[in-house]
Write a new protein. Structure first.
Length: 698
């Protein structure tokens, strides 16, 4: 705010300098148009009713009617019989100059601009020296009426023209440069704000061209409508485009909708005023009054929203605020000049031109600053995006690693499942083989059973027959000694020696004993095969559990190390209703595991043994199978009944044995308990009901 005040003081001081000196003996004017309806009435009017002024500058404010001026030029201002008068305000509509006799000397003003009359462009005319220095002027204009009057020399006038042309040449050069520069940016960036800016600067330049009179002279010198209304139309367009551009540039719609709606309402009113000027709706005075009211409101509205936007953290609003502050300062100077507080001079005459150029430059700076801000924001956004991309890349890598781990785990699980399926398939195949083998074994056992029964049943009669034969031979030997001739005895003796009769008799006894043992052993094996071959039976039968245990021991004898002792502690058991083949499979799996546990540590166990204990428990029977092997740790004990769990080496076990055992006991409505401790051996305790509730085992 301090800087703005300093600018104001500086500009006012500058405006106070360079006051032009004029030479008039008298200047006066009359506003009472009713009393002076024409020039003749004004010329004959009472001198006391004419308003006399001391300076050649008339400021009437808003005045719509014609008025008359009387002026007396000093004689010394006439050079070579004429004096050059200038009304340095191109906005004056109609100016007529008369001599003291009422003869028309010159026609000036916007309506009288002529392209071929270059001097009319500057409201300049030559006053003839007719012997009287008194001249009368009739002026008709609209809006704020200011009439600067000056008598200048030809050289000074030419200098003023050059000065004016250079000034506006520089101004239009700045406007054109800003226009094409921002047009290039608009085409490059496709940002709508640049399109609005070049539209605004084009309308501003056009308005300045109209105010200065250049467009009236060079573009529409013959159009009375445009000469009279172009200034108002362009002023309305400047305000419409300027307000809309300001709302978009300052982002008022995003910050405060209410303030934005106020601006849009003003634009709507300006549109109505524009249509009124364009189609001549209503009186020109009413249209001008409405326009002037809003011309006083709009700059302060724009100043307010620029301050509001800047306070809300929008940095480009700073340049916008400075530009409108300078424009308002120019308005203040122009107003002070209009009130005749400040003198009429070059600076006050062109204050709006200076302000417009400064505004165009500052708004361009604001756009450039916006570009820098957007560039920094874009760089920041790109940096943030790179960070996000890096984080996403890291996340993707982590996700990929995690997915790879999951895939690896899943692959391991699938491979394990495949191995389990293969093991299951192998187990099923083995079960089928076992079933087939059981059927084959049952058939073989049946076929062997009859001949071996024949052999075993004939051994005793054979022993008796051989004993009878031995008695006969003994009788012959005893009788022969008494009754045979010496030659016969000698011959018989020789025959016994040749046949080794004593050895033969002893050998026959041994052979009979071996046949008896072999036959009994074969009968036991066949019996065991017949018992174990019932794995595929599906009917419940009452069986002797001891027979199943004994048959299992017989079948495992060939694979059992000789150091392992089998200790049987059988109690009195009733017949148990069960699937004999399935129960034999239970005994086979458990006893076989015990044999393997002892065999793997045969060198570290001093007395390896397997104890088999049975006892009756009312409606149940208990079978305990114990070994004094290495035992199992707790974590192994917890998993021994899981399918495919095994502690054996690959290829030596499927991990299905105890799982099948557990399911068999469970299906028999029995229980299976494991008692083990690492280094203390293992005991499997089986409890089976004597009677089953179902007659069929699925």
């Amino acid at each position: 705010m301090r800087k703005i005040l300093l600018y104001l003081i500086f500009l006012i001081a500058l405006a106070s300098c360079s006051e032009r000196q004029v030479d008039f003996d008298y200047i006066g004017y009359s506003l009472e148009s009713e009393k002076t309806p024409d020039l003749k009435a004004f010329m004959t009017q009472d001198p006391d009713s004419v308003i006399q002024i001391d300076e050649p500058y008339i400021s009437l404010g808003h005045y719509e009617k014609e008025f008359y001026i009387k002026m007396a030029v000093k004689e010394e201002r006439f050079i070579d019989g004429e004096a050059l008068i200038v009304f340095n305000n191109p906005m004056l509509t109609d100016i007529e100059i008369f001599d003291q006799d009422g003869r028309l000397v010159a026609e000036l003003g916007r309506l009288n601009f002529k392209k071929e009359n270059y001097a009319s462009f500057f409201n300049t005319a030559s006053l003839p020296d007719t012997g009287s220095s008194v001249f009368y002027v009739r002026i008709q204009s609209f809006g704020s009426v200011t009439v600067p009057i000056d008598i200048v020399e030809e050289e000074r006038f030419q200098l003023s023209i050059d000065e004016r042309n250079v000034l506006f040449g520089l101004y239009f050069g700045i406007v054109i440069a800003m226009f094409f520069y921002n047009l290039f940016l608009w085409v490059s960036t496709k940002d709508k704000i640049y399109g609005l800016y070049i539209t605004y600067i084009f309308v501003v330049g056009m308005t300045q061209g109209i105010i200065s009179g250049y467009l009236d002279v060079y573009l529409w010198p013959e159009s009375a409508f445009l000469k009279q209304n172009s200034y108002f139309l362009s002023t309305v367009l400047v305000n419409i485009v300027g307000i809309y551009y300001s709302l978009k540039f300052l982002k008022i719609g995003e910050i405060n909708k209410k303030y934005c709606n106020i601006g849009l309402s003003i634009i709507f009113i300006y549109c109505l005023v524009f249509l009124a000027f364009l189609f001549d709706i209503g009186s020109i005075n009413s249209r001008v009054r409405v326009l002037q009211v809003f011309l006083g409101i709009v700059p302060f509205y724009l100043l307010f929203i620029s301050i509001y936007s800047f306070r809300n953290g929008y940095r480009p609003a700073k340049f916008f605020l400075i530009s409108w502050s300078l424009l308002i300062l120019g308005m203040v100077i122009f107003l002070l000049n209009d009130l005749n507080v400040l003198p009429n001079n070059f600076f006050t005459n062109y204050i709006f031109t200076f302000g417009s150029a400064a505004e165009a430059l500052l708004l361009s700076f604001a756009l450039a600053d916006k570009i820098n801000i957007l560039k920094k924001e874009k760089e920041k956004e790109q940096a943030e995006r790179l960070i996000v991309l890096a984080e996403n890349e890291q996340l993707v890598r982590e996700q990929n690693a995690m997915l790879e781990d999951k895939v690896r785990i899943r692959t391991d699980e699938l491979e394990q499942a495949l191995r389990n399926l293969q093991n299951t398939q192998s187990q099923l195949v083995n079960q089928e083989k076992m079933a087939s083998l059981g059927q084959l074994t049952a058939g073989i056992a049946h076929e062997i059973n009859n001949p071996i029964n024949f052999v075993s049943s004939n051994i005793m009669p054979l022993k008796r027959d051989i004993k009878d034969i031995m008695e006969v031979i003994e009788f012959y030997r005893t009788t022969g000694i008494k009754e045979f001739t010496p030659a016969s005895l000698k011959e018989a003796k020789q025959l016994e020696e040749d046949l080794e009769l004593e050895y033969v008799l002893e050998e026959v006894d041994q052979l009979l004993k071996g046949m008896d043992d072999g036959a009994r052993r074969t009968v036991e094996i066949v019996k065991g095969l017949r018992l174990f071959s019932r794995v595929d039976e599906q009917d419940m039968k009452k069986v002797d559990v001891h027979d199943g245990i004994n048959s299992t021991i017989i079948l495992l004898n060939s694979t059992m190390p000789t150091r392992i002792r089998i200790i049987r502690d059988f109690g009195e058991l009733p017949m148990v209703e069960c699937l004999a083949g399935k129960i034999n499979q239970v005994f086979m799996n458990i006893i076989n595991n015990a044999v393997h546990a002892l065999a793997d540590h045969i060198d570290t166990i001093s007395d390896p043994k397997i104890e088999l204990r049975t006892k009756s428990l009312g409606d149940f029977v208990s079978i305990e199978i114990s070994d004094n092997g290495p035992g199992m740790p707790e974590h192994v004990k917890q998993r021994i009944f899981e399918p495919f769990f095994t502690t054996k080496a690959v290829g030596k076990g499927t991990g299905l044995g105890l799982s099948i055992v557990y399911s068999i006991i469970e299906n028999h409505k029995g229980t299976l308990e494991v008692i083990t401790e690492e280094g203390q051996g293992t005991t499997f305790k089986i409890t089976l009901p004597i009677y089953q509730s179902s007659q069929r085992y699925e």
